[in-house]
Design a binder for this molecule. Structure first.
Ligand SMILES: Cc1ncc(COP(=O)(O)O)c(C=O)c1O
Length: 382
């Protein structure tokens, strides 16, 4: 049979309890619930950290954006796809993060590929990546021409050694996530910024899970230090879709002129850009959403039984490491029977033997939800 690796690989995936299937959610994620196959579940796997999905004002802005600019940009940005909605959103983001330039992408995945490809133009570039960096950063880095070195998670000492031994001539980029997607812990942002500067390296942070959640206005890692280049998806706390990258004027110009991911892709929906502006306005104003995550996360941690291995964090993401794929699926299925949705996270998304429940605590959960979640997890894991 042609392409018979397809069947072999799928069979192997099943035999390792790593097989994945799509599940269709039948309701808009509202108040922290989803509906699958006719049953409603409390959803603790969503990335809608601030509970802004389906917010009336954002929906209204989306409609207004569609009326003013259309749903579709109708071309790539350099042809005619760059609308006033995009320009206004970029300006808002520059102000919010206090950065000179911003560029929009249709997804965080493509923004990461674009950045690493652009800076990894030659083997005179060197990338230093935290080992837990997202797949899109790893793909971008290794598909580029740069030399790639990985440092152990948050290990500043090892990174210092790598930078010290890296010579003087190369273009160096230190890259990490701001908040790590599968663990929820934060990068040592100010240490990374200081270290990068002292080695004439640039610092790149993927703030997919920090934006909206970290900082007194939800500005993410830039609240903690001055980051040279920041990428964040709009599909998580901002609760719309697409992504942005902030940087200096020259890199912005360079990406506009040379990034194939930017140039040869239809610009993001202008209606979505307009809706994103409203969401970012709310994120800056509504500190109570971040306070709620902190308060509910502390409650969750207090209520868990001692045998539950929780990674404690300052973010919305709280990992409960179970280890084995099969056991993780079993616990997840048991929780489903109690009406709690927690998608099991397995390799290759996380390292072997670290399969886990990735609990996301969002501003649209309440005390009752968290008490119920902790009670169900304690029963399932004890
Ligand atoms: C850390 C990180 N970076 C990038 C992405 C990709 O962003 P997008 O979903 O907008 O493609 C994700 C997840 O989706 C992520 O978790």
């Amino acid at each position: 049979m042609a392409f018979d690796f397809i069947r072999t690989d799928l069979d192997e995936q099943k035999s390792k309890s790593r097989y994945r299937q799509l599940v269709c959610n039948h309701v808009v994620e509202q108040d922290g619930y989803i509906k699958v196959n006719g049953k409603t579940y409390l959803n603790f796997s969503s990335n809608d950290y601030l509970g802004l999905n389906n917010h009336l004002a954002i929906n209204k802005a989306l409609q207004e954006g569609a009326d003013k600019f259309g749903v579709c940009s109708s071309s790539s940005s350099l042809v005619t796809g760059y609308h006033y909605a995009h320009q206004a959103l970029e300006e808002d983001i520059c102000q919010w993060l206090d950065k000179p330039k911003c560029l929009l992408f249709s997804s965080g995945y493509s923004a990461n590929l674009a950045l690493f490809h652009a800076l990894g133009k030659s083997d005179n570039s060197q990338f230093f990546l935290d080992k837990l960096s997202h797949a899109s950063m790893i793909d971008g880095a290794y598909q580029s021409k740069a030399k790639v070195k990985r440092f152990n998670h948050n290990n500043i000492e090892q990174l210092t050694k790598l930078l010290t031994n890296s010579g003087t001539s190369a273009n160096k980029l230190v890259a990490s996530e701001g908040v790590f997607s599968m663990d929820g812990c934060q990068a040592k942002v100010s240490d990374l910024a200081t270290l990068a500067k002292s080695h004439q390296a640039w610092l790149y942070l993927d703030d997919a899970h920090s934006i909206g959640v970290i900082g007194d206005k939800g500005q993410g890692s830039n609240w903690l230090a001055d980051i040279d280049i920041t990428m964040a998806t709009l599909g998580k706390a901002v609760a719309t879709s697409g992504a942005f990258l902030t940087c200096n004027d020259e890199l912005h110009d360079y990406l506009v002129n040379f990034s194939r991911h930017y140039i040869y892709s239809t610009a993001m929906s202008p209606a979505m850009a307009w809706a994103s502006r409203k969401s970012i306005e709310l994120i800056q104003k509504e500190q109570w959403r971040r306070d709620k995550i902190t308060e509910l996360s502390a409650l969750f941690s207090d209520l868990l039984a001692p045998q539950v291995e929780l990674v404690t964090t300052q973010s919305s993401i709280h990992a409960i490491i179970i280890g084995d794929e099969e056991k993780t699926i079993r616990v997840s299925e048991q929780l489903k029977k109690q009406g709690v949705w927690l998608t099991p996270i397995r390799p290759p998304t996380v390292a072997a033997n670290t399969s886990r429940l990735r609990v996301t605590i969002c501003s649209n959960h309440n005390t009752k939800d968290i008490k119920y979640l902790a009670e169900c997890i304690n029963k399932a894991i004890a």
